[in-house]
Design a protein around this ligand. Sequence first.
Ligand SMILES: [Zn+2]
Length: 215
Amino acid sequence: MNARRPEAIDPRGRHSLEAGGLLVPNPSGNASSRLLPLLPGRRASMMQEPVLVLNATYEPINVTAVRRAMVLLLKGVAQAEEVHSAEVHSAAHAHKVPSVIRLLAYRHIPQQSRALSRKNILLRDRNTCQFCGRVFPSSELTLDHVLPRSRGGRSSWENLVACCYRCNNTKGDRTPEEAGLKLARRPRPFTLHTSRQLMRLIGHRDERWRKYLFY
Ligand SMILES: [Zn+2]
């Protein structure tokens, strides 16, 4: 089985194909990474809108882009559970833009793992500096190693937090205690809960996702 490159989601809810996202299921083997050439270039932005992907059991497992969701639908490996009113047109057909799709065959997800990335840490911490508690645009945040790297601190979900430059300077190469700073909360490892939470954040504008994410 070929693992597809993980797809990532940034905090604005836009979808990108960079590494660092949820583990992406590849229900039909290695041929499915080819996009079918039926979707026109226009409405390109809609093609990047997030789509919630459910396992055959309705368990939310991933977020992907409309473009890839359409491919899964057209290949017959998934069906649309929720759709937008908007349509996209191919040469012969009009297709409702999917909001939630469900894989038709159960897909074993070996581990609900999510790649460690700056983007994902900022998303987890909701763009909030974990020392001063203020919210910043992503460009004004950095990642802080709570236990500094020079002291053996690892780059992990548990040791990285969103941090503004000011607090980062204040902290320097010290632990929060040494620098007189207090963490807003203990950085949490990636869990299924985190996964659901991130999906909710991504899908917060789409009411159709609610019943699948239990909120
Ligand atoms: Zn700060």
